[in-house]
Write a protein that binds this ligand. Structure first.
Ligand SMILES: Nc1ncnc2c1ncn2[C@@H]1O[C@H](COP(=O)(O)OP(=O)(O)OP(=O)(O)O)[C@@H](O)[C@H]1O
Ligand SMILES: [Mg+2]
Length: 328
């Protein structure tokens, strides 16, 4: 399934980005360089994924944006508001859903939401109105008066989102909200998040799962070792993933003019080696026919490794076994 392609809700040429991060760096006290100069713009209305393996720097980035972690250098603007200069104003625009469940399990969902709103100076009467609205959206209204402990795993996750929505944030940031939860709960959360995004809230989601990013997000940034290694529209990145690369060793010396192959890119790396990028769906026999018609004889071929693909394989492969362990 591919990401939706409709224009971003609430976006206009004049509005500043929902999040604008420029040359952000973070070196922790122990010397770990967690962010090495990250720049990223997220447009209003977007559903944006931050994808990356363990230790890539995702939580550090989110921590800085939500004022939980001090940056070393660089700048962060939230809807044009400088986080450093006007922290409270910027923070009022952001809702954060941290990875771990961190509400009091012995409180009732309604109280959890109303008390949370209280921290943000929202009057009780207004908080009650919002709590009803958010609990209904999260399909938790029927559970409003039960002890939170008795909610299912999926309900607890939805409660975390409902709580973050109490302040009516324009930007909702979720740090691996689905790590360690089963596929049914994940799909359930995707539905809730899609609805929130459709209602106009910009969403940034960190995840290990390419599938999740692909299903939900219109834009994507891949972080690895504190740097962004890829970013752009989901469709473009997926198209890149769909390209296969080959190296051909040829007999003799290549002609000066190489034949053209529709839809593929063919270049000579040296007089005896050809480099081919072609869509995965393309028939390799067609390539051989074109080459042989041009008098080029392929002696052997090998697959080129694709950096992006390797990254994905490493992430999905190495992390597929981890979610259960990570559910703290
Ligand atoms: N408080 C801290 N003190 C020192 N180093 C830290 C601290 N928090 C994170 N790091 C280090 O910074 C790097 C980035 O960590 P971060 O938590 O941002 O990664 P992440 O992408 O969120 O990873 P994960 O997917 O495992 O949650 C890692 O090398 C980590 O060990
Ligand atoms: Mg993290």
């Amino acid at each position: 399934m591919t990401a939706p392609t409709q224009p971003l809700a609430g976006a206009s040429a004049a509005s500043p980005p929902a999040l604008s991060v420029h040359d952000l760096r973070k070196t922790y006290d122990n010397g770990v360089e967690a962010l090495k100069g990250i720049s990223l713009d997220v447009q209003p209305g977007d559903f944006h994924a931050l994808l990356g393996p363990n230790g890539a720097g995702k939580s550090t980035l989110i921590g800085i944006v939500s004022s939980l972690v001090n940056k070393t250098s660089g700048s962060v603007h939230v809807f044009g508001v400088d986080l450093h200069a006007r922290r409270d104003e910027a923070m009022r625009l952001i809702g954060l859903v941290p990875q771990e469940l961190n509400f009091n399990m012995f409180e009732k969902p309604l109280d959890i939401l109303v008390n949370y709103a209280g921290f943000y100076g929202i009057a009780r009467a207004e908080a009650l109105v919002r709590a009803e609205e958010e609990l209904k959206r999260a399909q938790l209204w029927g559970k409003a008066q039960l002890t939170a402990r008795t909610l299912s795993g999926g309900m607890k996750r939805r409660l975390m989102i409902a709580r973050a929505m109490m302040t009516r944030p324009r930007l909702l940031i979720l740090d691996e909200p689905t790590a360690g939860v089963d596929i049914e709960i994940r799909r359930d959360m995707w539905k809730t998040l899609r609805e929130i995004n459709a209602a106009g809230t910009t969403i940034i989601l960190t995840t290990h799962y390419l599938e999740e990013a692909e299903s939900l997000c219109r834009h994507l940034a891949i972080i690895d070792h504190g740097a962004i290694v890829e970013q752009g529209p989901m469709r473009e990145l997926l198209a890149k993933l769909d390209v296969e690369g080959f190296l051909f060793d040829v007999d003799g010396v290549l002609p000066d003019a190489l034949p053209a192959i529709d839809g593929a890119t063919l270049v000579a790396l040296d007089p005896h080696t050809l480099d081919l990028d072609m869509p995965r769906a393309m028939d390799l026999n067609r390539v051989f026919t074109v080459l042989s018609d041009a008098g080029i004889r392929v002696r052997s071929m090998r697959t080129k490794s694709n950096r992006l693909e390797e990254l994905f394989v490493r992430m999905t492969g190495s992390n597929a076994a981890q979610p259960a362990d990570r559910a703290a």
